[in-house]
Design a protein around this ligand. Structure first.
Ligand SMILES: Nc1ncnc2c1ncn2[C@@H]1O[C@H](COP(=O)(O)OP(=O)(O)OP(=O)(O)O)[C@@H](O)[C@H]1O
Ligand SMILES: [Mg+2]
Length: 305
């Protein structure tokens, strides 16, 4: 919305349990205002659940998700829209404020209120709305003729595109997209990546489409065993940074294993030798004190389709 700062989301010590599974485990992350964030994590990790928590459809067991007061969150419903409405009308009606101002302008009789409404309509560029809606629909594969047909003439997949067009058109402060390329073709996916790059909203997009995240995102939020880590950069840079971190961890682990074996060998050899018993004892203590370095239990963020 014009003049409003986009949302910045704080996820604070968030915990969410599903049955006996701790899906989100004391996770903390902050999404910078205007960031375009790819949310990645393996299948069933809890990405969609995190979206539901952000939207407030689910309540966390503990912790909180904080957004600026009045921030509008936009997302695509799982159910495709349907009905007699034309695509263009459906998309236009997604801009709730414009829609209600226009309705009020028809009814209002108080000249002062009418002037207020007109000013606000100008502020939100309401006059440009129809062409903006048409442009979005066009980008997602609907020509002028198609835009004026009713939703009911289209299959579920195409109607999901209309739902996507509507949420893009509504200009939320925080845009949540869950696997949008599932119902887009290559052309649509490329258009979406471009559109997202020009979008002032804070964007959180779940996608197995590496190209989309590489192209459109400037941050990656990784949900891994209940924890959230925010990395800056696109997917390729995230993968590289992670591989480097893993390589370092792997080296440290190997080194520790060697040291452990060395100490143990000394203990085994000299434990029974009176003159070395003290040294063996102290090495045993060292062994006990060694902090375990987690072995590389790698969870690949794959598979990418
Ligand atoms: N309504 C439900 N009832 C029972 N289990 C559920 C329900 N919804 C999700 N789950 C389980 O919760 C876990 C997290 O699901 P979620 O959909 O959040 O994961 P995800 O990261 O979005 O996975 P995907 O990549 O497959 O979309 C999964 O193990 C899933 O099987
Ligand atoms: Mg999901």
């Amino acid at each position: 919305m014009a003049g409003q700062k986009p949302a910045m989301i704080h996820i604070n010590s968030l915990t969410y349990r599903l049955g006996d599974r701790l899906l989100i485990d004391d996770a903390t992350a902050a999404l910078p205002s205007g960031a375009r964030v790819g949310l990645v994590g393996r299948n069933g990790a809890g990405k969609t659940t995190l979206f539901r928590l952000i939207r407030g459809d689910l309540s966390p067991e503990s912790g909180a998700i904080l957004a600026p007061k009045g921030a509008r969150i936009g997302s695509v419903e799982q159910e495709a829209p349907d009905g007699d409405e034309t695509l263009i009308d459906f998309v236009l009606s997604a801009h709730v404020e414009r829609e209600s101002l226009m309705a009020e302008a028809e009814r209002a009789s108080d000249p002062e209120r009418i002037a207020e409404i007109q000013t606000r309509l100008v502020d939100i560029s309401a006059h440009a709305a129809p062409s903006r809606a048409a442009r979005i629909l066009h980008g997602l594969g609907f020509d002028d003729r198609a835009q004026n047909r009713p939703l009911s003439e289209y299959s579920g997949g195409w109607r999901m595109r209309v739902a996507l067009a509507a949420v893009l058109f509504s200009e939320p402060d925080l845009l949540l997209l869950d696997e949008p390329t599932n119902y887009l073709d290559l052309e649509g996916a490329l258009w979406l990546a471009d559109y997202l790059k020009s979008c002032p909203a804070t964007i959180l997009v779940i996608s197995h489409d590496r190209d989309l995240i590489d192209d459109a995102a400037n941050h990656v939020l990784h949900l891994d065993r209940g924890k959230l880590t925010l990395w800056s950069g696109n997917y390729t840079s995230f993968e590289r940074q992670r591989l480097e971190a893993q390589a370092l961890q792997g080296k440290a682990f190997k080194k520790q294993e060697e040291r452990r074996a060395h100490l143990q060998a000394f203990v085994d050899r000299f434990r029974a030798t009176a003159s070395k018993a003290r040294q063996a004892q102290s090495r045993l203590k060292m062994l006990a004190r060694m902090e375990p370095i987690a072995a590389i239990v790698d969870e690949t963020v794959q598979p990418f389709k």
